[in-house]
Structure formats: structure tokens, C-alpha cells
Design a protein around this ligand. Sequence first.
Ligand SMILES: CC(C)(COP(=O)(O)OP(=O)(O)OC[C@H]1O[C@@H](n2cnc3c(N)ncnc32)[C@H](O)[C@@H]1OP(=O)(O)O)[C@@H](O)C(=O)NCCC(=O)NCCS
Length: 336
Amino acid sequence: MQIAEFTPAHASAEELEQWREVLNAMTEADMPGEPRWHGDRMRDYLSITMPNERRLAYVARDDAGRIVGHANLLVYGGEFADTGIFEIFVEPGHRGSGVGRGLLRAVARRASREGLRAIGVEVIATTPAVGFYDRLGFGRAVVENRHLLRLADVDWETVTDSAGRLAAGYRLEYFTGGLPDHLMERYAATKVHLKAEPAYNVGTWRGSADARRLRDSLATLSARGLRPHLVVAIAEGKEAVVGLTELVVAAQRPTRGDQYDTVVAPEHRSYGLGMAMKARMLCELREAEPQLVDVQTWTSLDGDAMAHVDAELGFRNDVQWFEYEADVAELVRRLG
Ligand SMILES: CC(C)(COP(=O)(O)OP(=O)(O)OC[C@H]1O[C@@H](n2cnc3c(N)ncnc32)[C@H](O)[C@@H]1OP(=O)(O)O)[C@@H](O)C(=O)NCCC(=O)NCCS
């Protein structure tokens, strides 16, 4: 078994296909209910990052040179430059023989060379990755509930009705692919309110709290093959952005939507904007992404302002997600 650095931007189509096959074999074995990976835009997905970030990749090859495992480490810039997020996947037939440990060693050593203090990884509670990271000394930093909404189960009449129930003085606007320039500044200013939400792990929130970062983030999503859908609540008169919700559909997993940030500015809460925005999003998706099968979202265990809205729309909590973290120096010492 050989572990080597890998550059998706210059990889052959065959190597990218092997990368994808590992993901699908892992999905089949560990989480068969989750969607499979398509080959569309895989190179873009793996190689493009925000301007101040880098994604470093490693592969494990068998004796015939075939990729049987891979890892990637996302190194942030700016205020989060001391931490990184990584993923490791090993083809089920090659597990239990040190491939995962070897890939993690490569990631840890690289993180150390990059000057990172800590690295983190997201793990689904029901998969073997939990035992692996427990064994290798990682600690559970965050636990979240994943919620899934199957679009076939949506009561469209109720949702359409909810999307239209708006208090006087507000309107909703829907955008896909990006945001018009005149809204960037106001949208980013509203997003900053997420920083104060306990559910967003104060201090580690890595969202786009200024217009430049927001512009970069939307451009990066599109360049990676991830289609952003945005619903914005506007207070009429002042034309202020007072609420927003974001959902992304990846070309690489087009049947699954990821519902990310939803926030209403504090002084505009209790007017039903959260429900109306999320309901409107579902109605728009029905038109814009007809292939979509389900939407996932996450809430913290301590409760989340949106949990009751999600439940009403039909989201069901199915599994926990753990965010594991390790100190880089300690990890390098442990793995050698
Ligand atoms: C987790 C994963 C990477 C482990 O790969 P692997 O090649 O089987 O791991 P290794 O053989 O290198 O095992 C390293 C150590 O972890 C232990 N380990 C591995 N899986 C384990 C499990 N499920 N439970 C307990 N211990 C485990 C091994 O026994 C070994 O211990 P040792 O070195 O002290 O003897 C692999 O199961 C996988 O790809 N899972 C799916 C990936 C995934 O869900 N990722 C989500 C976030 S990225």
C-alpha cells in the first residue's frame, strides 16, 4: 500500500473516477440510505476553494496502483488559519489493515507543517468511523441532530399556504446561483446575527459575515458545481434584508439538498418569517430542482430556534452527526 499526495486539478479522468468509486463503496457499506455520488464536476468539486483556502489531498493505492482510499484537508485562511477540516474514506474491502491510519498520519503531518493547531472531522454516528476516531484519540467537540425531509412526504398545499403567509410590510425574494449586487452588503449584515446563535457554536462559526466573503463564497460554490438557492425576507419601505435561508444542491449529489443557514434579525422575529422563508424555498425547489429527493439540515442538541419550523414542514430527526477534533501536535506524536 502506498500513500501519496494527490492533485485533483491535474488528475486523470480515471483517477477521479476511482476517487468517486471509493465514495460510493463507502456509502453502500456504511450508509446505504444516503445518495450516491455522480461523476459530474468532480474535478471542480475537489480542486476549487475560496481564495484564501487550500484543499490538500492524499490517496492510498493498492499494488496495482488503484486508489482504494483517500483523504483531504481543508486549510482555512484569515482568522481560522490555525484549524483545518479533513475527511478520510477507505474502500470497505481494504479496511482493517492500516490504510485509514496511514492516511490520517499523512493528514496530521501535513497539518503540522502547515502550522495548524487542531483538525476536525464530521462523522455520522452510525458508521465505523466513530470507532476509528475514538481509537485514535479524537474528542467529540460537537454533536448535532441531522433532520431529513423527503419531498415525496411534503404536504404541498400546506407548504404553499405557509409560503404566502407574510405579516404586512414584508416580502420574500428568491434567487438562485447568486445574489444581486445591491443586496450583498445587507444580506451579509443579517447573516452576522448567526454568530450570536448558540446553535452555531459561537466562536467557530465560519460563515460569510461580510459582503466580500459572501461574494467569494457564492462564486466558489458555483465554481465547484454547487447550486445555491436563497430566499430573502425584505422589510418594505427601508428595503432592509431582515431574514434569509440558504440551500445548496451539488451536481455531484443532485438528489440531495443541504439546508444551511437560516436566520431572522432579532427585532423581526415572531412574525412567521422563518416558516414563510423555508416554505417558499421548498416551493421554489420543486420547480428549480425537480430531481431532488430529499433535503437535510442539522440542529444543535440544546435546541434550535428553527427546530419547530423544521418539524412542522415534515423534517424528521434520524441520526446524530459528531464533529471530532484533535490537537495536531498530540496526533503526530501518537501516529509517529
Ligand atoms: C474509518 C475508516 C477510515 C478506518 O479505516 P481503516 O483502514 O479500516 O482503519 P485502520 O485499519 O487504519 O485502523 C486504525 C486503527 O483504528 C481501529 N479501528 C478502525 N475502525 C474501527 C472501528 N470501527 N471501531 C473500532 N476501532 C476501529 C483499528 O482497529 C486500528 O487500531 P490499531 O491500529 O490500534 O490496531 C474506514 O472505516 C472508513 O473509510 N469509513 C468510512 C469513512 C467515513 O465515514 N468517514 C466520515 C468522515 S470523513
